[in-house]
Write a protein that binds this ligand. Structure first.
Ligand code: DGI
Ligand code: FE
Ligand code: FE
Ligand code: FE
Length: 190
């Protein structure tokens, strides 16, 4: 598909080599999950290709883009401006890469923290980001990868829990969206 090829070329110029490799891994993994769960494969690939498109900007640039476009910066983002690459990525997907599809833009916005009541596309990108072939550091990755293709919601909850454990153990600032997403999916299980 021409659109995907053009997007791949554009994004390869905006990212460093390793980040671009990760991006291709996320795009193909998201496509496979979309096949498995009956979602639009083209949209999943597009969201995968663009999810980290703001990753190569400086924190100053990310904050600057937020200020100029009335994108709110919360306390956790203030302390860890790398978190803004999700919201700013969604903004750039729209303004620089010409994407208008809400499902794609939302999946990019929420790919780092998640959100309560995620769409299937949100979940696919969130999970693909964590399990793509180039990732190797996460605990229990083989099991998480298996879960991704057997039960999307079990997989999501497992990643949310592992991420929260990791952030707590590393004494990192927890974004309210990260906490709210975990609490929401925990309450659905009770
Ligand atoms: O951009 P990627 O590295 O591909 O992946 P990502 O955008 O999902 O970012 C993953 C990192 O973000 C991972 O190290 C965990 C961290 N993270 C997720 N939620 C939070 C968070 N970091 C902080 N400080 N607070 C959060 O709530
Ligand atoms: Fe990211
Ligand atoms: Fe992620
Ligand atoms: Fe990523």
């Amino acid at each position: 598909n021409q659109e995907i090829i053009a997007l791949r070329k554009a994004i390869s110029k905006a990212l460093e080599e390793k980040r671009y490799e990760h991006t291709l891994g996320v795009a193909y993994t998201a496509a496979a999950l979309a096949m498995r769960y009956g979602q639009n494969v083209h949209k999943a690939q597009t969201a995968g290709l663009l999810h980290d498109c703001a990753k190569n900007l400086t924190n100053e640039k990310r904050v600057d883009i937020c200020r100029k476009n009335n994108i709110p910066i919360n306390a956790a983002e203030e302390k860890n401006p790398f978190l803004l690459h999700a919201k700013v990525g969604s903004y750039l997907a729209q303004k620089k890469y010409g994407i208008s599809d809400r499902e794609i833009l939302d999946a990019i916005t929420y790919h780092t923290t998640g959100r309560p009541d995620m769409t299937v596309m949100d979940k696919i990108i969130y999970i693909a980001d964590y399990i793509e072939p180039g990732r190797s550091q996460a605990p229990g990755l083989p099991e998480v990868r298996r879960l991704a293709f057997t039960d999307l919601d079990d997989c999501l909850f497992r990643i949310l829990g592992d991420t929260l454990d990791y952030l707590t153990a590393s004494k990192m600032e927890i974004d309210e969206a990260t906490r709210q997403t975990y609490d929401y999916y925990k309450s659905l299980r009770e």
